[in-house]
Design a protein around this ligand. Structure first.
Ligand SMILES: [Zn+2]
Length: 220
């Protein structure tokens, strides 16, 4: 299993790559590219939210508690909330994620269960795509892609590190093949993950069709 430092190093480097590619050849503004790079770096840490103990997990929840509400600001503003309303949401979001979500996570997840899987990666990307409000869809796609790229780097690293390099002998350890997966041995875990993914895919479908209607000038 790759350690925290390896994960953050690799996903940060990947973030630099994603950011650079976003500017050239894709033509995104530098600020957007930096945000995408940061989300890629964070994405590389997300799967280990399922780990029950340790400083990295506490840091991750603290970071998520700050970052997720911040990313939501444009959407909150668009929903017509006042400045005070937005601030209240930020504080509420912080407490909710830092303490409540963490407690729920601790209870429900198994380390390297469904959180280390391909559908979980899609869930993370879709959450960012749907959560981030912008009239510019490519920006939302870029940010969602960044998180997924970081997430995938984590899964691949965990997978690679499940090959133990002891001296010259390469052997698979007991975690082999448990990171880049579609299903876990836990039925409820797998079912929940796919249910969430299904709901998010439906919301994404609605998002796409609604945007199409408005660009055609038929609906709102
Ligand atoms: Zn991991």
């Amino acid at each position: 299993m790759a350690d925290f430092r390896t994960h953050i190093t690799v996903s940060s480097l990947l973030g630099v790559g994603v950011g650079a590619a976003a500017v050239q050849p894709f033509g995104f503004p530098v600020e957007t590219a930096i945000l995408a790079a940061a989300l890629t770096a964070v994405g590389g840490m997300l799967p280990d939210l399922d780990s029950d103990s340790g400083v990295p997990v506490r840091e991750l929840f603290a970071l998520a508690a700050v970052m997720i509400p911040l990313v939501m600001i444009p959407r909150l503003v668009q929903m017509g909330l006042s400045r005070e309303g937005v601030l209240a949401c930020l504080l509420f979001g912080y407490v909710l994620i830092r303490y409540w979500v963490r407690a729920v996570f601790k209870r429900l997840t198994v380390h390297r269960g469904m959180f280390h899987s391909v559908p979980a990666m899609l869930v993370a990307g879709l959450l960012v795509y749907l959560g981030y409000h912008s009239d510019h869809r490519p920006t939302r796609l870029l940010l969602g892609f960044g998180v997924m790229a970081g997430f995938l780097s984590h899964l691949v690293l965990d997978e690679l590190y499940s090959v133990d390099l002891r001296g010259l002998r390469v052997r698979l350890n007991k975690f082999a093949g448990s990171a880049v997966k579609m299903f876990s041995p836990s039925m409820p875990g797998t079912a929940t993950c796919y249910a969430v993914l299904g709901a998010l895919l439906y919301l994404t479908y609605l998002d796409f069709t609604r945007a199409q209607v408005s660009t055609e000038g038929v609906g709102r």
